[in-house]
Each structure stands twice: as structure tokens, then as C-alpha cells.
Ligand binder design. Structure first.
Ligand code: ADP
Ligand code: ZN
Ligand code: ZN
Length: 762
């Protein structure tokens, strides 16, 4: 047996991870030295004894072996928060493929001095009843802005200045005048540092429904019995999931445990945060992209020191260094943003489950439209499944009309509004209710369909739609299959075979033309460069400043609009014909969410789904808000074609300066892996002895190599190859082999990226 070595970081901080030092592992410690373990090492000229963390293991010395020092001993103290994070990073590196340095940079907070970000807030100086007396007085004087401020201050003694200024549209001079009158005072303070001191009015728990109580008790009972696990709450929006999260957290806090709550960034609204603040006071904090690096670091420090019980944030909040983590909650677990787009391309759900296992915590997932992955695991009994079917706020399920756009064309209607949708919009304009028009631009991938019969040009090998390229070629971006665009529809012979090309701007124009009196707001990636403009448009719409809101999938999330009684989905097929195996799932989720926007208030809502494929199961089941039936059909498709979650998939993306280099690398990869599989196959035949190396080669699939869907970005070429297997570890085996193989070869490339169970096509 050769010597073993370990890479050790002596100062565990983000900017030092680039500099691990290699040490020899004394034989007697070999079993104990694993990534995450804290050790003592002699350091520098004077061999000063320092504590460090093992971040990786190695079989060889990186410089003359006689100069390499030995690890002195293992630090006997219990595992530390840092040790856990290093262990998590190591797992991410092995599980998702990246360097250890990239993985460490993902989990460790950036160390930076806290720079106070100043935020102003408005404090009410007089009591509630005095305010109540003031309001009519101001009304009499037509001081409407003052009325708005005072009304807002009825419930909350302290409110963020920005909220009052922007959301309530109150000028600084009005606030200054109120301050002069001694009614309010304006103070400057860091808003997030202690987000809660300003919300003096605390709220206690509502009486829970039986369904809610059952979930909380069950999760806590399991936890107390040492049976930590993963739970999936499938409950429509408004069914009380958030109350369940809060209930579980309350119990955890009583046990001295902490909680991490993941919420997609786009849904991290003030209203959502307020609910947590009101219940947990200043023991809760938030992480989001609007915090400075310093502020983020500060929240991490507060968590580490035990000053916090709850952290709320997007994906990265997962790495909050809580000393006694009890629960990780992932709301809207189906959201794509839970998957990292940079290396390591980790998924927050799997990583949460891994972190929870290390820390002895449980994981609760919640969604109105669970991901296929989560529901599949629940169906297999790996997660415990709960359902919440009632909407606790009342409101009615909307009435849904599915409109066949082929029929509209037959009847001579070439406009983007079906006759039904037009009629219902007119009714809303007349009654002063609001309409949302939803266009799923994301699906705009140049797919080709027949306007007369709905036929979609698909790849005969992959069952995904072909994408139109210039010069009339139709290409499959999974396998590279190509065909010239036919003149006529192969199905019905019509000449209306074309891509759907309308964007939100064209729709806005069409609305102006068709409904000249309507006030229209538009929201898409172009109109919302910043988070503030996003909030601004939504608040304007909530305040009734427009009759119709036109937008992309951004408008289907978050905010409640009680006055919206009509939702129009202009072309449901757009997301259906993405060249992607997740297209059906994404369409179902978007349609269900969009439809759920109608009729949130007291008035019943209506939904119009316009489509060329009214018979498609994603559309049929979304129209009925029937998740289970959708799942049943979708999982058959995934199983048949061995797509996740039925099998696992590894995408290997090779980025190169010259097109032929990337093509060469991916060709070599395919050839090399085929050889390796054949070898294993031979070995299996010769000897059945070593079962540990037994690989079921028959269930390996190699797809490609081919050009990526976006074949060139910034003058860099992208080639892709996919591997599929039911056993995730087999794909890790392939990744490891390719990593080693790449090191041995003299390939020319910019970067090679691994992506397990990718969310998007490459
Ligand atoms: P979800 O997270 O599933 O969308 P929420 O927890 O936000 O659901 O609950 C939706 C609404 O119902 C909220 O306004 C909440 O205050 C209210 N609510 C939740 N639980 C109860 C309950 N047990 N009794 C009455 N109202 C409730
Ligand atoms: Zn194909
Ligand atoms: Zn046709």
C-alpha cells in the first residue's frame, strides 16, 4: 500500500480555499482522515501547530515526498459547522462534478467586513386610536397621501420607508410634514440586520385545520423518534402550507433547533417575509440577492453564533452554518431556480436531503404542482406524502374554457384572441374587473407546427420537437437528427406549417388595437430589468392602475390579485413544444399556476386556455387542475424513454474555441465510454466473482454527441453528449472516468461541464 495524502486548508474562508496544502496521512489515521475532519498540522518554517480542515484526499505527493509533512493528529472536538460544510462540498464535488475549490466556494460564505447598508424606516409615534381619529380629518382636507400612510400605520407601528414611498406612492415632503407634526419619525437603520424590531405587532398561530395539525404532529413525532426523513406536502395555493411550515418551525425552535426555509427568489416578497417576521420576531433573517456581500456574511455570522432560529432565502441559504439544524423547508420545490446553473450544478432538493442526513435534520417539500422527481420518490415511499386539498381563504376554483385555435382559424379568425377570450375581456372592461394575459415566451424555441391541424414536427428518435434553423433545416438537439422543413404539413397537407412568433410586445399592441379603451401593463424580462421594476409593475396592477396585465411566466407567481377574474393563456403550446423532455411538466405547472390566478377574491374567476392541441394531456389535466392524472400519464412517458426521474441523465457539455475541437472531444468521449462499457461487459462474462464491479451495461444509453441547442455563445462552440442509466452512481462512474481520461489526453477545450439530471436542454 502506498502513502496516502490529504489536502488541508488551514484558514477556512472563502478566499483561502484556492490554497490547500498537502500533508501525509500517518498510517494509524488513514481511516479517520476524510473530508470535513478537523486536524492539527505543523505549518510554515517554525512548524507552528495550526488547525485545518481536510478538503480532499490524494494518492500522491504534489512535490518531493520527503518534504511533505505529516498530519499531527485529529482534532478531538465534536464535528464543527465548518467541517459539515466541507463535507457537503466534497459530496457536491463527487455527486455533481466540479473541482473541490468550486464546491467550497459554493458552500462557504464570502468573508468581508460588514458594511452597513442604510435603510430608512417610518415609526408611528402616536397610538392607534389617535390615528383613527386623524384619518377622517385628513380625508376631509383631501390629504389622500397622508390617509394612505396613516392607514398603513394602523396595523404596523413601524414600516420601511421605501415601502411607503413606492408602494403607497407618498412623497418625501408628505412624510416630512407628518414628522413635523410629531405623528411619525423617520429613522435610518440597517433594514435586514434586525428586520423584525420594526414589526412590533407579533402574531400568534391561527387555529389549525385537522390536515395541517396532522402534518405538523407527524413530522415532529418522527423527528423525536429519531426517524428524520423527507416529506412532501402537495397542496394547492392557499391550502395552508406556509402555516404548516411555521408550525413545524415553532416546534423545532422549542427543541433548540434551527430552520432553513428556501423560497424561490421571485416569491420572496415583503408579504411572505412579514408572515415569518410576525411569528418569529428578530430570531428570523433573510438572504437574498439584494443583500450586499457584507450583509450576507453578517447573517451567516448571526446564524453561527446562535442569534438566529430561522433563515429564509433562495438556494444558497441552504449553506447557512446553523449549529443545531432541525429542519429544511423547500417551498415551491418544483421551481427550476433550485438547480444551480454554474458548477457544481447542484439541486437544492437533493443537497438539502444530504445536508439533513449529515445533521440529523428533516426536510419538508411543498408545492401545488410537485416536480415529477419529488412525486415519484413519494410514490415509491422514499418521501412521506401529505395532501392539503382545501383552500382556506375561500374563493372558488375558476371555470376553465379550452379553446381550439385550429377551429378559430377554420372560422376565419386569425387574431391572437379567440372569440371567447375577446368576449370575456370585454365583459371585464365593462365591469371594471381585471384580466391577465399570459404568454409563455420561454417555450419560444422556434418549434414548427401546423396551424390547420396542430401537427408538430418531432424527432423520430427522441420524441422532442425539432427546432427551426436558418436555411430551413429542422434539427433535434438531443441526437442531432436533421430534416429539411417540408413545404406542406405531412399530416393534413396544409401550407400553414410555421413557427409561432408572437412576443409580449406584439400582444400588447394587439390589445391596444382590439380594446382601445383598456389600460395595459406589460411585464417580461425586458420591462423588468431590476427586482424593483418587477415589484412596481405588480403593485401598480394590484392598485388597479391597469385593466389588463400582459406578461410571461413572471406574472403567474407570487402576488395575489383579488380583482383578477379572467386569465387568458394565449398559446399553451408554446411551452409544450420546447425541445425538452420536461416540456409537458413545465406546461402543466405553468397552466395550473396561471389558471390559479383567477378568482382569488370573492368573485368567481374564468380561465381561457388557447391551444392548437386541446387533446394534449398536459392541457387537459391542467384545465381540470388534476395533478394526479397528469402525473400518471407523464410518468409513463418518462419510463418509456428512460428520462428522469425514471432514470438518471448526465449531460457533458464541452465548450471550445474551435468547432472541430469540441466535436473531437465529445466524439472521443463517446468512443471511450463505449469501450469501457464493453470491457466491463467482457469482465462480467468472464468472471462473476467481483460483484462490486458488476455493471448492468444493457441499461446504459449514450445519446449524441451533437452540437448543443445553442451551438455557439460568445464565439465559443458547445458540444453535448448525454448518458442515461437508472443508477445514479453509474453516471458518477462515467463522470469520474471522463475526468481522468481528460487529464491524460491533450484535448483542446475551454471548459467541460457536467450536469446531472439537467433541467434544460443544451
Ligand atoms: P399556502 O402556503 O399553501 O399558499 P398559506 O399558509 O399561505 O397557504 O395559507 C393561505 C391563507 O390561508 C393565508 O391567508 C393564511 O393566513 C390562511 N390560513 C392558513 N391556515 C389557516 C387556518 N388554519 N385557518 C384559517 N386561515 C388559515
Ligand atoms: Zn433526436
Ligand atoms: Zn396539418
Amino acid at each position: 500500500m502506498g502513502e496516502k495524502y490529504a489536502d488541508i486548508i488551514v484558514d477556512i474562508s472563502h478566499d483561502k480555499v484556492d490554497r490547500p496544502f498537502r500533508y501525509r496521512i500517518p498510517r494509524e489515521l488513514e481511516d479517520k482522515v476524510i473530508p470535513g475532519v478537523r486536524v492539527h498540522v505543523p505549518f510554515g518554517k517554525g512548524n507552528k501547530e495550526l488547525t485545518g480542515y481536510v478538503v480532499d484526499l490524494a494518492d500522491s505527493a504534489d512535490y518531493p515526498a520527503e518534504k511533505i509533512k505529516d498530519i499531527s493528529c485529529i482534532d478531538e472536538k465534536d464535528t464543527t459547522v465548518e467541517g459539515d460544510l466541507v463535507q457537503t462540498a466534497y459530496w457536491m464535488k463527487s455527486h455533481y462534478g466540479s473541482t473541490m475549490i468550486m464546491a467550497l466556494k459554493t458552500v462557504l460564505p464570502v468573508k468581508q467586513k460588514f458594511k452597513q447598508l442604510e435603510k430608512k424606516k417610518v415609526l408611528r409615534l402616536i397610538n392607534r386610536s389617535e390615528i383613527e381619529k386623524l384619518i377622517p380629518e385628513c380625508e376631509r382636507r383631501h390629504q389622500t397621501a397622508k390617509v394612505r400612510v396613516l392607514t398603513a400605520l394602523l396595523d404596523d407601528e413601524i414600516l420601511p420607508y421605501a415601502l411607503i414611498k413606492e408602494k403607497l406612492n407618498v412623497s418625501p415632503s408628505t412624510l416630512a410634514s407628518l414628522e413635523k407634526q410629531g405623528i411619525i419619525s423617520i429613522e435610518t437603520e440597517s433594514y435586514y440586520r434586525n428586520p423584525v424590531r420594526q414589526i412590533s405587532q407579533r402574531e400568534t398561530a391561527k387555529p389549525l385545520s385537522d390536515g395541517q395539525r396532522h402534518i405538523i404532529e407527524d413530522v415532529i413525532k418522527d423527528y423525536c423518534a429519531g426517524n428524520t426523513g423527507t416529506y412532501l406536502i402537495h397542496g394547492i395555493t392557499g391550502s395552508g402550507k406556509t402555516e404548516v411550515y411555521i408550525g413545524i418551525i415553532e416546534q423545532m425552535i422549542k427543541k433548540g433547533k434551527q430552520a432553513i426555509v428556501l423560497i424561490p427568489e421571485i416569491a420572496l416578497t415583503y408579504q411572505t417575509l412579514l408572515r415569518f417576521y410576525k411569528r418569529f420576531g428578530d430570531r428570523v433573517s433573510v438572504m437574498n440577492s439584494s443583500l450586499s456581500m457584507g450583509e450576507k456574511y453578517d447573517q451567516m455570522e448571526r446564524a453561527r453564533k446562535g442569534e438566529l432560529d430561522v433563515i429564509i432565502g433562495p438556494r444558497s441559504a441552504l449553506f447557512t452554518p446553523f449549529p443545531n439544524l432541525g429542519i429544511i423547508i423547500i417551498d415551491e420545490e418544483h421551481e427550476n431556480s433550485y438547480k444551480s446553473e454554474s458548477m457544481p450544478k447542484y439541486h437544492a432538493r437533493e443537497t438539502a436531503i444530504r445536508i439533513a442526513a449529515v445533521k440529523g435534520a428533516s426536510v419538508v417539500l411543498g408545492s401545488a404542482t410537485p416536480s415529477m422527481e419529488a412525486y415519484y420518490r413519494a410514490a415509491k415511499g422514499e418521501y412521506k406524502l401529505y395532501k392539503l386539498n382545501e383552500r382556506l381563504t375561500g374563493g372558488h376554483l375558476p371555470k376553465v374554457y379550452t379553446i381550439d385555435l385550429r377551429e378559430e382559424l377554420k372560422e376565419g379568425n386569425r387574431s391572437i384572441f379567440s372569440r371567447k377570450l375577446k368576449e370575456l375581456i370585454e365583459m371585464r372592461l365593462f365591469s371594471g374587473e381585471q384580466t391577465m394575459l399570459f404568454l409563455n415566451r420561454r417555450g419560444y424555441a422556434g418549434f414548427i407546427s401546423c396551424r390547420a391541424c396542430g401537427f408538430v414536427m418531432k424527432c423520430p428518435h427522441c420524441d422532442v420537437s425539432l427546432s427551426e434553423h436558418r436555411n430551413g433545416r429542422l434539427v433535434c438537439h438531443y441526437c442531432g437528427y436533421e430534416v429539411m422543413k417540408p413545404e406542406k404539413c405531412p399530416e393534413c397537407g396544409s401550407k400553414y406549417l410555421m413557427g409561432f412568433r408572437a412576443g409580449t410586445e406584439q400582444i400588447e399592441e394587439a390589445v391596444h388595437k382590439e380594446f382601445p379603451t383598456a389600460r395595459v401593463l406589460r411585464m417580461d424580462a425586458d420591462s423588468t430589468r431590476s427586482k424593483e421594476s418587477y415589484e412596481k409593475i405588480l403593485s401598480a396592477f394590484a392598485d388597479g392602475k391597469a385593466d389588463i396585465l400582459v406578461g410571461t411566466q413572471m406574472i403567474v407567481k407570487g402576488h395575489d390579485f383579488p380583482n383578477v377574474t379572467l386569465v387568458g393563456i394565449l398559446a399553451a403550446d408554446l411551452s409544450l413544444n420546447q425541445n425538452d423532455y420536461r416540456a409537458g411538466e413545465r406546461t402543466f405547472q405553468l397552466l395550473t399556476q396561471a389558471a390559479g390566478r383567477a378568482g382569488r377574491g370573492d368573485k368567481p374567476g374564468e380561465v381561457v386556455i388557447q391551444t392548437y392541441q386541446p387533446e394534449h394531456y398536459s392541457i387537459v389535466h391542467a384545465a381540470r387542475q388534476d395533478y394526479e392524472s397528469f402525473y400518471e400519464e407523464e410518468i409513463v412517458y418518462r419510463e418509456l424513454l428512460q428520462y428522469p426521474p425514471a432514470a438518471h441523465m448526465l449531460a457533458v457539455l464541452v465548450i471550445s474555441k474551435a468547432e472541430e475541437d469540441g466535436k473531437y472531444v465529445t466524439d472521443c468521449f463517446a468512443e471511450y465510454i463505449k469501450q469501457q462499457i464493453d470491457q466491463v461487459d467482457e469482465l462480467n462474462k468472464i468472471s462473476k466473482l467481483d460483484k462490486s464491479k458488476d455493471i448492468d451495461t444493457k441499461t446504459f444509453y449514450i445519446i449524441g454527441p451533437t452540437q448543443a441547442y445553442v451551438s455557439k455563445i460568445n464565439d465559443l462552440y458547445r458540444h453535448i453528449i448525454y448518458f442515461k442509466h437508472t443508477d445514479y452512481e453509474k453516471l458518477v462512474w462515467i463522470k469520474d472516468m471522463l475526468e481522468t481520461y481528460t487529464k491524460e489526453q491533450n484535448f483542446k477545450y475551454q471548459s467541460i461541464q457536467y450536469d446531472f439530471d439537467p433541467m434544460n436542454v443544451y
